[in-house]
Design a protein around this ligand. Structure first.
Ligand SMILES: [Zn+2]
Length: 265
């Protein structure tokens, strides 16, 4: 079923008891986009070898994301937040930024299963420890900016196996998932409460890279909850499965562009 117009979506959200939002890769910032930023590109040039790039680029990415979303993406988040004002919502994002929280979404109503740049873990995942990264990350980024000899920059190491500490996200050699499990548990409990409630599922820009995290569970939820309605917006993968055709409205459009231009009263 094709989404007829914006009002169809906004009206259903307003009318829903609960709203589940899935944010996908379309809302992420690819490396190429970061490279268009002069200070990011300048710092990147200071990392000549592959090993140095592997080690230090995440610190540049962290610094880039700290300022929050810009332009169309910022507008899209603003509209989304406005749309969810006073709603009982939960948001799940596949991206490694914390833009939703920076934009004003409640941290307790968000889960980031791919991790972020807030904490460290052992690269080898030799133990389940999650360590706050902010001080070390600021220091390392500062040293890169100040043209400190890259080889002399100290990277913190795991106290157990001496492997380097890396950010607790899916880029780690062995991702320690403990970092998001408390929030995931909260999400599961919230989801249980949606049974037999008028639920709106907003799936925005979610591709097929990890379908078991958002796409399939959303389809399943829409299938089992007869009062649910799902909106799937994606620039090329907006089709829905046969069994939820009557409950899923789709729109073949970039979901960031779509949300940035939606009229929210
Ligand atoms: Zn270790």
């Amino acid at each position: 079923m094709k989404l007829k117009n914006d009002e169809e979506l906004t009206a259903f959200v307003k009318d829903a008891d609960m709203v589940l939002v899935g944010i996908g890769e379309e809302w992420g910032i690819p490396f190429e986009k970061m490279m268009q930023d002069p200070s990011f590109a300048e710092n990147f040039q200071k990392l000549p070898t592959e090993l140095e790039k592997e080690r230090f680029v995440p610190y540049l990415q962290r610094a880039y994301l700290k300022d929050g979303p810009k332009g169309e993406l910022e507008k899209a988040y603003e509209n989304l937040l406005c749309l969810l004002r006073d709603k009982d919502y939960f948001l799940i994002s596949m991206n490694k930024d914390k833009f939703p929280v920076q934009m004003g979404f409640e941290g307790d109503r968000c889960v980031f299963p791919c991790g972020s740049y807030e904490s460290f873990q052992c690269d080898k995942g030799c133990n389940g420890e999650i360590i706050d990264a902010s001080d070390a990350a600021e220091r390392i980024y500062g040293e890169i900016c100040k043209d400190r000899d890259i080889e002399k920059i100290e990277i913190p190491c795991c106290s157990h196996c001496k492997a380097p500490l890396v950010f607790n996200n899916i880029e780690a050699e062995k991702y320690v998932e403990a970092g998001y499990l408390v929030a995931w548990d909260r999400y599961m409990k919230w989801l249980q409460k949606t049974v037999n409630r008028k639920l709106c599922l907003l799936e925005l820009g979610v591709g097929l890279r990890f379908p078991s995290v958002i796409r399939w569970p959303f389809e399943k939820t829409a299938f089992y909850n007869q009062k649910a309605k799902m909106f799937r917006i994606h620039h090329s993968l907006s089709q829905s499965t046969e069994n939820i055709q009557d409950r899923c409205c789709s729109k073949e459009e970039d979901s960031v562009t779509y949300m940035a231009n939606i009229f929210v009263s």
